[in-house]
Design a protein around this ligand. Structure first.
Ligand SMILES: [Ca+2]
Ligand SMILES: [Ca+2]
Length: 143
């Protein structure tokens, strides 16, 4: 089994070559499709404890939002790097209740940002969920 990529000591060169491998159009950024093949081929089973069958389009969307810290709808090499080295994100993906909360945050954002003005800051919403974590009763919030 390959060594986990979620490691603060993963060398830059490893992350960069991973990035380049999936930047199929050489745009210098990963789009949703490119990110989803990265998750599928290199991360899923070993690192995220999921199989490809478990990864829905919806979940790809969640990961995409998590990685895209500046919200410009594409993943830069720095953003990939920050995600792989962040213990916080590593914990999050291994904790199903927190993962669920983030899924709900994405839903909630889409639900309320109807005109797509991005008026509700996704970061603010995410922070809210992270702050309360699994203490939030998500189910009753969405009744
Ligand atoms: Ca690309
Ligand atoms: Ca970005």
């Amino acid at each position: 089994m390959a060594k986990s990529l979620f490691d603060p000591n993963t060398p830059d060169i490893v992350i960069k070559s991973l990035f380049q491998k999936y930047d199929k159009d050489n745009s210098g950024f990963l789009d949703r499709k490119e990110l989803s093949s990265l998750l599928e081929d290199d991360l899923l089973e070993d690192d995220l404890g999921l199989t490809w069958l478990d990864l829905t389009t919806h979940q790809v969307e969640v990961y995409f939002h998590l990685l895209d810290r500046d919200g410009n709808a594409k993943i830069s090499p720095d953003e990939l790097c920050a995600w792989l080295r962040s213990n916080e994100q590593f914990k999050m993906v291994n904790d199903k209740s927190r993962f669920y909360a983030v899924c709900k945050a994405v839903d909630m954002f889409k639900k309320y940002d109807k005109d797509r003005s991005q008026y509700i800051s996704f970061e603010e919403l995410k922070d809210l969920f992270f702050e309360f974590g699994s203490n939030i009763d998500v189910k009753s919030a969405f009744k």
